[in-house]
Write a protein that binds this ligand. Structure first.
Ligand code: C5P
Length: 225
């Protein structure tokens, strides 16, 4: 089969990561979690005392951290200045600040370049599944397949709470509120907001199991190979 580039976008809690990793693993493709890259730069800003409410300070510092993504779907990694950041990027603090940091155009320009070079390299090795918010619209407008995953806010909050199960305190209403707020910020920003590309296939996952979503996307990829 020929190399294939797949863009999977959508709001939080639609199953983007689980779907993207599984599809990549099944089809022997690489995998890139672009949200992890924005989380990594946000974590670096927090750790280095940069005020995440100050877009100018963020813009000035944006080029400083070296962010490296491992693209094996069975064990994706992310390092910042050589340090494993997979744990720290998932904290509540990073989650609450990532939308502000990722809205800064200088941050987006740098991360977008990084994403394009990773996708270009992967195209030489069979292809890649790239998940995010603006992959189909901005990062890879020529992707072979674009998927836009959606789900009701209730379903998305329930899935997120499930993911946070370890911390029993995670209450559904608060999760839903934080998630809706983050999506509104991501959809409302000026530079490459969360949006469905005109040529993307929309898959509403509200009533589907993860396996059904994976199956659906795998079929769509195979049709295009
Ligand atoms: O996918 P995840 O929830 O980890 O993404 C974290 C945040 O990173 C999003 O809420 C958004 O602010 C930002 N992001 C983005 N563009 C992408 C991927 C993520 O702005 N392509």
């Amino acid at each position: 089969p020929s190399a294939v580039t797949v863009a999977i976008d959508g709001p939080s809690g639609t199953g983007k990561s689980s779907t993207s990793k599984a599809v990549a693993a099944k089809l022997g493709l690489r995998y890139l979690d672009t949200g992890a890259q924005y989380r990594a730069i946000t974590w670096w800003m927090i750790t280095n005392g940069i005020d995440t409410d100050d877009p100018q300070a963020i813009a000035l510092a944006a080029g400083k951290p070296a962010i490296v993504s491992g693209t094996d779907p069975s064990a994706p990694t992310i390092t910042v200045d050589g340090q494993d950041a997979s744990g720290p990027i998932r904290t509540q603090e990073v989650t609450s600040k990532v939308s502000a940091v990722s809205a800064v155009p200088e941050v987006r320009a740098l991360i977008t370049d990084l994403q394009r070079s990773i996708a270009a390299e992967a195209a030489e090795a069979g292809g890649i599944v790239v998940e995010g918010r603006d992959i189909g619209t901005t990062v890879l407008p020529d992707a072979d397949l674009k998927i836009f995953l959606t789900a009701s806010a209730e379903a998305r909050a329930a899935r997120r709470s499930g993911e946070l199960r370890g911390k029993e305190a995670a209450d559904l209403a608060a999760t839903k509120e934080a998630l809706v707020k983050r999506d509104a910020a991501d959809s409302g920003r000026k530079t490459s907001p969360l949006a469905k590309a005109g040529d993307a296939v929309e898959v509403d996952t509200t009533e589907l199991t993860l396996d059904q979503v994976i199956e659906c996307v795998v079929t769509l990829v195979e049709e295009r190979r």
